[in-house]
Design a protein. Structure first.
Length: 325
């Protein structure tokens, strides 16, 4: 295994000019376009954007889980001083869960319906060469279930015997069984009602603190992002168009798309109709020239129709891709 080194001061994960394409008879479609960002240890980073903006594809690319016809075209992901592209398939499999773990979007689809929760945790451990005896396994499972706020008897249950919130917590228990340094939570509460959603997010936040892990929360719920993350990245048409600390991005967004996403949030002071974003996100295989947002952007100028805006730093923690920022 080749391990390339670089200065990773205060950075646990670095995504560097990552590109993902999907092959299509009419030509390859780029779903993730030169995305770069880094994550500090313990940081909560949000990735938001409309459906099809590339945020879930990027999560899968970080874990090298893109399946054909998709492929990683270029760029690099570093976990600490390990360049993930240099790892063999076996080393990468070992790194999933132990280094970076995913809490998936649909717990119902990711839990095996015919295997008890204890055995699903046992299988995850066994995949990483750990085969504790029955007593040690029971203790470990009980500890994990307590950590995610589930009673110990959940160990002997099948997924269908659990509520939606309990299933999502069981998924979190599996994701943290090897104490990963980075947790990617892809819309972890999308199918849950608001009360359960809040409980699951509290559990996720507590677990993250217990482990001292960093977290990437992927989703489109800006209200949830505002409450949970330290820094937010906004994706549009496969690009990361803005990154900034959450307080800055909510109060003073630089990119017109971010501003419109925030303006579309319901507010208690703002009675009256909700404001949406006009038009639809473009199809990735029919991206407009120049800035992909220009057909929907109220501030677009002539230059926006022909010239793609570069991603520019805006201080140590922020970037933006807009000609006018
Ligand atoms: Fe709008 Fe132009 Fe900025 Fe794109 S580059 S977001 S079209 S102002």
């Amino acid at each position: 295994m080749t391990v390339a080194a670089r200065d990773m001061n205060d950075t646990i994960l670095r995504v560097d000019r990552l590109r993902v394409a999907y092959d299509h008879p009419l030509g390859a479609v780029r779903a993730v376009d030169e995305v770069s960002f880094s994550l500090r240890p313990h940081e909560r980073f949000g990735l938001a954007g409309e459906s099809g903006s590339g945020k879930s594809t990027m999560s899968l690319a970080i874990l090298r889980m893109i399946k054909p016809p998709g492929r990683i075209e270029g760029g690099e992901v570093w976990l600490g001083d390990i360049a993930l592209s240099t790892l063999s398939a076996d080393a990468m499999r070992a790194l999933r869960l132990a280094g970076i773990a995913m809490v998936p979007q649909g717990s119902m689809n990711s839990l095996n319906p015919v295997v008890r929760i204890r055995d699903q945790i046992r299988d995850a451990l066994a995949d990483h060469g750990l085969t504790p005896g029955r007593r040690a396994l029971d203790e470990r499972v009980a500890g994990l279930l307590t950590q995610v706020g589930l009673p110990a008897d959940v160990a002997g249950k099948y997924p269908h015997e659990l509520s939606g919130g309990m299933k999502q917590r069981a998924c979190i228990a599996i994701a943290i069984c090897l104490r990963p340094k980075v947790i990617i939570a892809d819309e972890p509460t999308s199918a849950l009602d608001v009360v359960v959603q809040k409980q699951v997010m509290q559990t996720l936040g507590r677990v993250q603190q217990d482990l001292g892990a960093a977290i990437i929360l992927v989703g489109h719920d800006m209200g949830l992002m505002a409450q949970f993350v330290d820094r937010l990245g906004i994706m549009y048409a496969g690009r990361l168009v803005e990154v900034a600390p959450i307080r800055t991005i909510i109060t003073a967004p630089r990119h017109p798309y971010t501003r419109m996403l925030i303006d579309s949030l319901p507010s208690l002071d703002h009675r009256g109709g909700l404001r949406g974003i006009p038009g639809l996100a473009p199809l990735l295989r029919e991206l407009p020239a120049g800035c992909a947002f220009h057909p929907r952007c109220p501030q677009a100028v002539e230059r926006c129709r022909t010239e793609k805006p570069a991603v520019r730093p805006m201080g140590p923690d922020a970037t933006v891709a807009c000609h006018l920022a």
